[in-house]
Design a binder for this molecule. Structure first.
Ligand code: GAL
Length: 331
C-alpha cells in the first residue's frame, strides 16, 4: 500500500531515476512532519520560509526561531531538495536599538528573489517592531550580492500605507515581481508590483479579495495563477483554500480546498508558506507548509507535498513519505 502510494507519487512528479545510484535515490524520501536534519545533524530551523533556485542550487530561507523568539533569517542550500547544508544566518537582527530590526523584532515569512538587472538577491519579509506585538504590520527589505548573504537591511514600510503581515513574493515570466500580502488586519489580501530593482513597492497596488485569509503561496501553471491561503487562526491550523485567476490582479475565483487525506480539513495540521516549481519538470510543484508548535517554535515541523492536477485543479494529497528526484542542472 505504502509502496504503491510511493510509486504513484513518484510517477506524478515525472521522476527520472536515470540510473542514479540506488543508495542515493533511496535517500531522497521526503517525510512530511518528521524531524529534518541538516548536514551537521542539527534540526533545520527555517520556518515560514520559501525556496529560491539559482545556478543549480536550491536555497531555503526561513525564520530562525528560539522557543518563541525570532532570531533572524536562516539559509540552507541543497542540490536535491533533500540534503540541506546549513549556510548560517542570511539576515541578522541588529544590536542598534534605533534600527527597525533591532533584537526583539519579529522577522516572519522571509522570501528571496533574484534580480538579473541589478545582479542582487532581494529578501522581503514580514517585520514587526520590537515590543509592539503585531501592531507595526510592515514589510522589510534586505539585499545581498550572494544568495547566502549576509543580507543588508534596507528599509521597512507599509506598502502604499497598507498594513502588511503574512506575505510572499512572486516573479512572473516577464520579470515583473510582486509582493502579495495580508492587509487591513488580515481581512484583505493585496498585491503590489515591485519597482524594477525589486527593492521597493510601486503604486500598482490592488485588492485581490476580502476573505480573511493569510499565509499566501502562489504559483503559475499554463498561464493561470493559483493562490493557496489559510484562514486566520494564529498558530492553530485551519482549512486551506485555493483561488485561481488568469491575471495576477484578478478576478480571483475561489475553487475550494485542495487538501485530501487524513486531517485535510486542517491542512494536515499545517499552514501554507510557499510553492516551489521543480526545476526542469514543467508540471511539478512542491507545496510547503509549517506545522507550528507554539510551545517551541523552533521545533515546528515542515510539511512538503507534491501538487497534482485533476481537471486543472490543484490537489495536494497527504503522504507519510514520498520520493523526489530532481535535476539540478541548468540555472
Ligand atoms: C499566523 C501567521 C504566522 C504568525 C502567527 C503568529 O497567523 O500566519 O506567520 O504570524 O500568526 O500568531
Amino acid at each position: 500500500m505504502v509502496h504503491n502510494r510511493l510509486l504513484a507519487l513518484t510517477m506524478m512528479l515525472g521522476l527520472t531515476l536515470l540510473g542514479r545510484a540506488q543508495a542515493q535515490t533511496k535517500q531522497l524520501v521526503i517525510k512530511p512532519g518528521e524531524r529534518w536534519l541538516d548536514n551537521h545533524g542539527e534540526v533545520i530551523n527555517a520556518h515560514g520560509g520559501g525556496l529560491l533556485f539559482s545556478k543549480g542550487t536550491y536555497y531555503w530561507f526561513g525564520e530562525k526561531r528560539g522557543k518563541t523568539a525570532s532570531e533572524g533569517v536562516n539559509v540552507y542550500s541543497s542540490k536535491d531538495l533533500s540534503h540541506w547544508k546549513n549556510e548560517g544566518l542570511a539576515l541578522s537582527q541588529s544590536t542598534d536599538p534605533s534600527s527597525d530590526i533591532t533584537v526583539g523584532c519579529l522577522m516572519e515569512r522571509p522570501k528571496v528573489i533574484y534580480n538579473p538587472k541589478t545582479k542582487q538577491y532581494v529578501m522581503w519579509f514580514h517585520l514587526e517592531l520590537a515590543g509592539k506585538g503585531y501592531d507595526a504590520a510592515r514589510a522589510g527589505v534586505a539585499v545581498s550580492e550572494k544568495p547566502t548573504g549576509p543580507y543588508r537591511f534596507l528599509s521597512s514600510f507599509r506598502p502604499n500605507g497598507n498594513m502588511s503581515r503574512d506575505m510572499t513574493l512572486f516573479v512572473d515570466e516577464d520579470g515583473s515581481a510582486y509582493h502579495m500580502y495580508s492587509s487591513q488586519d488580515n481581512y484583505d489580501l493585496r498585491v503590489v508590483k515591485l519597482t524594477d530593482d525589486y527593492l521597493g513597492a510601486t503604486t500598482q497596488d490592488s485588492l485581490l479579495f476580502s476573505a480573511h485569509r493569510e499565509a499566501p503561496a502562489i504559483f503559475k501553471r499554463n498561464n493561470r495563477y493559483y493562490l493557496i491561503t489559510s484562514g486566520c487562526t494564529g498558530w492553530a491550523p485551519n482549512a486551506a483554500s485555493v483561488h485561481e485567476a488568469s491575471s495576477i490582479y484578478g478576478p480571483w475565483k475561489l475553487v475550494g480546498d485542495p487538501m485530501q487525506g487524513p486531517a485535510a480539513k486542517t491542512t494536515f495540521g499545517g499552514q501554507s508558506t510557499y510553492v516551489q516549481p521543480i526545476h526542469g519538470k514543467p508540471d511539478a510543484f512542491l507545496f510547503m507548509a509549517d506545522r507550528w508548535n507554539p510551545q517551541d517554535l523552533k521545533d515546528s515541523r515542515y510539511l512538503w507535498l507534491p501538487i497534482s492536477f485533476e481537471n486543472d485543479r490543484p490537489v495536494i494529497r497527504w503522504a507519510d513519505q514520498w520520493e523526489l528526484n530532481v535535476s539540478s542542472k541548468g540555472r
